[in-house]
Design a protein around this ligand. Sequence first.
Ligand SMILES: Cc1cc2nc3c(=O)[nH]c(=O)nc-3n(C[C@H](O)[C@H](O)[C@H](O)COP(=O)(O)OP(=O)(O)OC[C@H]3O[C@@H](n4cnc5c(N)ncnc54)[C@H](O)[C@@H]3O)c2cc1C
Length: 295
Amino acid sequence: MYLEENFSLKELTTIKVGGRAKFYIEPSSLEELKNSIEFSQKLDIPLFILGKGSNTIFGNIGGLVVNTRRLKGISIREKDNEVLVECLCGTPLKSIIKLSLKEKLKDFYKLLGFPASVGGAVAMNAGAFGVEISNFLDEVYFISWEGKLEKLKREEITFSYRNSPFPKIGVVYKVVLRLKRTEENIMEDYIRIRNLRKEKQPINEPTSGSTFKNPRGYYAGKLLEDTGLKGFRLKNIGFSEKHANFLINYGNASFQEVIEIIEIAKEKVFKEFGINLVEEVKLVEDSGLNGWKVL
Ligand SMILES: Cc1cc2nc3c(=O)[nH]c(=O)nc-3n(C[C@H](O)[C@H](O)[C@H](O)COP(=O)(O)OP(=O)(O)OC[C@H]3O[C@@H](n4cnc5c(N)ncnc54)[C@H](O)[C@@H]3O)c2cc1C
């Protein structure tokens, strides 16, 4: 199994911020994934499960980072006039969007434009343009922290806005999506959304997407803009000129700088509007001294 020590994490996230992980593993089979969990439990060190790193900002990790990128694969079959798409957790969401365009499948393409893995998208219940990945799920196979492969049907899992029970209850290993065919001109809508994203979001910059979740009834980006934080910069990190809720790494930004700017933003928004912003990005740092836990 691919295992490294003292591994640099920076290049594994889209915002390109990060320290080092004491241990780093890229499992390439179900067995190796199970072994990774066992490894961290035996050493009594924390474990972080990583997809494409598009919602993660790392500090230093005293434990184990498990990257799912070698666990890739898609297979499709037809059932009751629907298409069942089975995919492993490390499969890029982009590949399934491509497939959904080719097969003319309804609505899934709306999840275009963010560099997620399937596992990360399910864990975050990623969504955009009126859909969330949980709308398309049929079942999820996951490895529980007891090391057993388990299966849950969609209706047995509680999803909410950018939230799911994963990785708290285990590592998503494989998912089955249930998609419907459509006669709509989905290519036209796909291009419309792609252009909107290009126009409104700094998609070609090192970023983790939305920093904060939208508080009920508000847009985090608008709140940040109204407190004057659009374009605000602290050393090497700043809120984008294009979209106030997107942090941009303008150089060699550190985890500490990210924490500082997030604190400033939360304080300002609370002072002006009495609203507590909650991070959507996962800020992950651990000294590894506190025994086994899931980060
Ligand atoms: C330019 C840009 C635009 C974005 N736009 C959107 C958007 O419109 N909508 C949206 O929802 N998000 C958006 N995002 C955020 C991000 O892409 C999503 O949250 C995405 O689903 C994260 O997937 P990932 O594989 O990168 O997860 P990671 O960042 O690797 O991990 C995120 C979380 O998922 C957990 N996780 C990862 N894999 C697994 C697994 N196999 N089992 C259990 N837990 C796992 C991790 O432990 C972590 O808690 C955007 C990001 C960028 C950079």
